[in-house]
Design a binder for this molecule. Structure first.
Ligand code: FAD
Length: 481
């Protein structure tokens, strides 16, 4: 791109969104071109912050007319490097279109159990707006205070409540999207039934900014639980935890809202690095399980129900120990442990994170095989494991001692070997190598290796139908043909 055409584009963008909403220069661009883990940095022509969907459309047209790539950006919390530019994938640096000014909640409908909001609202804003009318927006994850609702739709975020309420996808009723040709797809319907042809909104959920810019979403709400009971449990093994899940589901029914399991190493990394955390049990078990029940009834009713099930589990030998939180403060303390896993791992060393999912019944086999395989290749690293067991989603994290890691000469080669070893096991068990963090730029190779040629062919056909110039978030999600 010549200096003249860059200058021309910047002038046009300032006319569309206002001079204050076009950011340039190293300092202003820094928060937008480096990912939150500070692993990736890219170059951008500028960051543009439109105020409404018409401005988004005009910005897209201005960029695509000149063949300039476009990178949609929300809160920049992507776990897979999807939200920052990828220099080697483009000849011209992209214009980053950041949605943070688009924060209007358009409509909240209690009787229809729905909310319509612009893409730049934080996920936490949506949760708060739902709570204000005695409803729940159930998608919840560590970055909910920074991630935007548009970004969470574009990545189909999962989190801790998928077991009961599904992923973001299951909670999206409609979307409004600016397509790569600048046209606006208005699919903001709030219906539970609509069989009128292809369900186009599904294309954009999880598309990671490669097919269009989500400018607004319509979401389903649920009854707001007013009570909860949380237990910290020591199952005998992962297999026992799988059997306990079955028991808790059959006896607890729809009250079961979380079933999260952490291994001993994960607990040690949290306890050793995060302040103010105490183990809820007197003895450190090999496996730790957090179980939550929620409903609209008295807390004590829930605690009693959970206690009865755990007593039965103890009797039949599935668990060794358990503690039920006696107050809301204790519930929060138990959850704080669970939510401190990422912090504990980051503070403990250099880590390689696997976000895999296998059928729930295969989780024990995965743990056994992946652990053995990784230990045989590198015997000086630790394995921290957190599993959303209800969804078979395993965060298997290899944590390397930082000093030893830095002295290592073959870092990249070791990473590649470990990735192939673990992902081959995932594939053999009928699983996925990206359960909830998306593909971004980090898992492009795996897309090429494990997705079937037919799936890739269909994905590429969709991409080229909507974005024939390949300008939307280049280098992400799809491997080169
Ligand atoms: P960004 O990070 O800005 O963008 C992510 C991708 O979406 C990019 O490809 C971008 O181009 C695209 N995009 C963003 N906005 C739009 C838009 N409006 N239209 C089109 N494309 C867009 N995820 C889980 O699933 N489960 C978890 O438990 C979980 N825990 C997390 C914990 C932490 C501490 C962090 C930092 C992240 C976690 N995540 C988790 C990842 C999280 O789901 C995503 O980071 C988040 O949903 C992305 O939202 P964002 O607004 O930050 O989007």
């Amino acid at each position: 791109m010549t200096q003249d055409s860059a200058h021309q584009l910047l002038t046009r963008l300032r006319e569309i969104v206002g001079a204050d909403a076009v950011l340039e220069g190293t300092t202003a661009l820094e928060p937008h071109v480096v990912d939150w883990r500070r692993r990736f940095r890219g170059d951008a022509l500028c960051v543009v912050k439109p105020a409404n969907r018409d401005q988004v459309s005009a910005v897209v047209i201005a960029c695509t007319e000149l063949g300039v790539p476009v990178l949609p950006q929300g809160g920049n919390t992507s776990m897979s490097g999807g939200s920052v530019p990828f220099d080697s994938a483009v000849a011209v640096p992209p214009v980053i279109i950041n949605l943070s000014r688009m924060k209007t909640i358009r409509k909240v409908d209690a009787f229809n159990n729905s909310i319509e909001a612009e893409a730049g609202c934080l996920v936490a804003d949506i949760q708060a707006a739902a709570t204000a009318i005695d409803r729940l927006y159930p998608v919840s994850f560590g970055a909910e205070g920074s991630a935007q609702i548009g970004g969470s739709v574009a990545t189909n975020a999962g989190g801790t409540a998928v077991l009961r309420y599904g992923n973001t996808r299951e909670n999206v009723l409609g979307v409004e999207v600016v397509l790569p040709d600048g046209s606006i797809f208005d699919g903001m319907r709030t219906l539970r039934k609509d069989n009128s042809g292809y369900d186009l909104k599904q294309l954009f959920i999880g598309s990671e900014g490669t097919l269009g810019i989500v400018t607004a979403v319509a979401l389903a709400l649920h009854p707001l639980p007013t009570s909860r009971a949380v237990a910290w449990v020591a199952p005998k093994s992962v297999q026992s935890a799988v059997e306990l899940l079955d028991l808790v589901k059959s006896r607890g029914g729809a009250r079961l809202s979380a079933f999260e399991i952490l291994n001993r190493t994960q607990m040690e990394l949290i306890l050793g690095t995060v302040s103010g955390i105490r183990h809820p049990l007197t003895q450190q078990p090999e496996w730790n399980l957090l179980i939550e029940f929620s409903d609209r009834c008295d807390d004590q009713i829930l605690r009693d129900a959970l206690e009865e099930i755990l007593a039965q589990a103890h009797e039949i030998g599935l668990i060794e120990d358990a503690a039920i939180a006696a107050s809301e403060a204790q519930c929060q303390a138990f959850w704080r442990i669970r939510h401190s896993a990422s912090e504990g791992n980051t503070k403990s060393g250099m880590s390689l994170v696997f976000d895999a999912a296998v059928p729930v019944s295969k989780v024990p086999e995965f743990i056994e095989r992946a652990g053995t395989q990784v230990s045989s290749q590198v015997d000086w690293a630790r394995h921290a494991i957190v599993i959303h067991l209800g969804d078979g989603n395993i965060h298997f994290v290899i944590v390397f001692d930082r000093q030893r890691w830095e002295r290592l000469e073959n870092q990249a080669e070791l990473m590649e070997r470990l990735r192939a070893a673990v992902y081959d096991i995932v594939a053999e068990l009928g699983g996925t190598w990206s359960a909830e963090h998306g593909i971004g730029r980090t898992l492009i190779k795996e897309m090429g290796r494990y997705k079937s040629p037919v799936e890739l062919k269909v994905m590429r056909a969709i991409k080229s139908a909507l974005d024939p110039q390949g300008l939307f978030n280049p280098g992400k999600l799809l491997p080169p043909a």
